[in-house]
Design a protein around this ligand. Sequence first.
Ligand code: 5PN
Ligand code: ZN
Ligand code: ZN
Length: 268
Amino acid sequence: MANTKVYLLDGGTLVLDGFHIWWNKGPGGEVRFPVYSILVEHDEGRFLFDTGYDLAHVQRVLPFEKPQQTENQTIPGALKLLGLEPRDIDVVFNSHFHFDHVGGNKFFPGARKVCHKAEIEQAADPAPFEVLGYSDLTFSAEAAAARGMSDQLVDGQTEANTRFETVEGDVELAKGVKVIFTPGHAIGNYSLLVELANRSPILFTIDAAYTRRSLDESINAGFHIDPIAGVASMKRLKTVAEETGAELMFSHDADSFEHYRTGVNAYS
Ligand code: 5PN
Ligand code: ZN
Ligand code: ZN
């Protein structure tokens, strides 16, 4: 923890209607929002939480989300800004398997990969209203095969090098790096709490709360598997933030993201 550093890897932006971001509240209209991944440099290794979206995938399958992603906003590009390459990452932890959180997994055949136990089977057999969310199957040869989408896999991807270790409940992955189970948005959704030596901890809500307003007003995103669990998870996040004094960071909040550090500027 003494040397822990947190980097936000800017992954570009997408567009959704406001009624999808703030379910049944809106206001409607196009909202452009950020997508980012979180790199935790720790004495116990380099942990990457999520891997953003794959531009070609979104252009092909969800062009209405109007993706904007520069070379520096791809996962290899964002790591390069830090002087790193994909092979420098020890562990990839996916908060859940929606396409905007797994698109760069394909660059990490050599990393340990970890997720919630329920997410792989959910991605392999999603509810009808989750099909678009779980549309990029390149994170798992097993899930891709189950969906008949093995043609998405890139050269060199195998069942073995896309296999996950699974966890359940709250887990401390390394000292002061805790994933907090916050289901509702996805069946196996995780948030992330990171303790730092020189400042308050950071609590990344991930998709349990897209924006500050989502949490303040307990508004689920339109994409969810269990909205009641989602509200309970938001309540839990508020409690954790109060108990730990953590600063909250939201997954898809353009106004907040403007003030977050990105690139070489780390939290430590
Ligand atoms: C950004 C975004 N767009 C669509 C979906 C979806 O269908 O499930 C999750 C999701 C998203 O995060
Ligand atoms: Zn999601
Ligand atoms: Zn998301």
